[in-house]
Ligand binder design. Structure first.
Ligand code: ATR
Length: 270
């Protein structure tokens, strides 16, 4: 039995053990996947101890994604760009390889729901670590333009600059918003506090989608706001399942079917 785990703090509510148990059952892989809660600042020691006990790979979640980035011997291109790692892989040589699957997870979830990105105008709200992590895969889908807006305008402007070589992207404050968008993605943590970013009422183009990277039993405040303004709605549950599927693929070289896991996870929220 190969061992895997999710490292987070707190980690008690993580859905990853359930998701990976489903993937393993589905693909007939003999793996054990647990949840581990290292003290803040002690991810590297916890990962080393885990490897010494037969650990082969891990997911890393809040607040350890930057620590995971630091501890890796080798990084994928997209992890380097993201400045964060959510997937650790122990190589045969004892070296640790780091990747990030969050952005691919988002793009796959959008594809699953047949949300087109190519040629579309995309707005991203927020400019923190979560948003930095999705920009490379998103720009790879060749939207006509990506606009990033953030409460702290400078952070959005910086992201626009950092990713300008990958496509048409610009960043600024909420006051710089103009025109309508085909896809609007909320990547802020504002919904955690029940806050709504200050967005104009006429934001959505015909047939537009509103996507919140967060999810919960109840729709987030952002989705609750977007529905009556004409957008079709998606929350981040599918992204969670798809990023897990990509991690599973990196470890086991098998692609699980995400559909039954989506359904089971949605049910388990209630
Ligand atoms: P994460 O890893 O979730 O991205 P983060 O790096 O702390 O966490 O980023 C949080 C994001 O949510 C930021 O874009 C933040 O805006 P600021 O950069 O201005 O802080 C945004 N955010 C958090 N609470 C918010 C609120 N109440 N209203 C608007 N934006 C908020």
């Amino acid at each position: 039995t190969d061992r895997y785990a999710v490292f987070g703090n707190p980690v008690g509510h993580s859905k990853s053990p359930m998701i990976h148990a489903d993937f393993a059952g589905q693909t007939g892989q003999d793996i054990d996947y647990t949840a581990i809660e290292p003290p803040i600042g002690e991810l590297a020691a916890a990962w080393q101890a885990f490897c010494a006990e037969g650990g082969r790979g891990a997911n890393v979640t809040v607040p350890f994604k930057a620590d995971a980035f630091e501890l890796c011997d080798t990084l994928s291109h997209r992890a380097r760009r993201a400045g964060a790692v959510n997937t650790l892989i122990l190589g045969g040589n004892g070296r640790t390889y780091g990747d990030t699957t969050d952005g691919v997870g988002l793009v796959r979830d959008l594809a699953y729901h047949r949300v087109a990105l190519a040629g579309k105008r995309v707005l991203i709200v927020g400019a923190g670590g979560a948003v930095r992590g999705i920009l490379e895969p998103l720009l790879g889908e060749q939207p006509s333009e990506v606009v990033v807006v953030n409460r702290t305008a400078e952070k959005a402007r910086q992201l626009g600059e950092d990713f300008a070589d990958l496509g048409t992207i610009k960043g600024g404050g909420f006051d710089s918003l103009d025109g309508k968008f085909d896809v609007v993605i909320n990547g802020t943590s504002a919904s955690l506090s029940g806050d709504l970013p200050p967005l104009p009422d006429d934001l959505f183009a015909n047939g537009a989608w509103a996507y919140d990277m967060m999810y919960g039993v109840e729709p987030t405040v952002f989705l609750t706001w977007a529905g009556p303004r004409g957008a079709k709605l998606l929350d981040g549950l599918g992204m969670l399942v798809e990023q897990a599927a990509e991690s599973f693929y990196l470890w086991r070289n098998q692609r699980p079917d995400t559909a039954p896991v989506r359904a089971r996870l949605r049910q388990s929220l209630n």
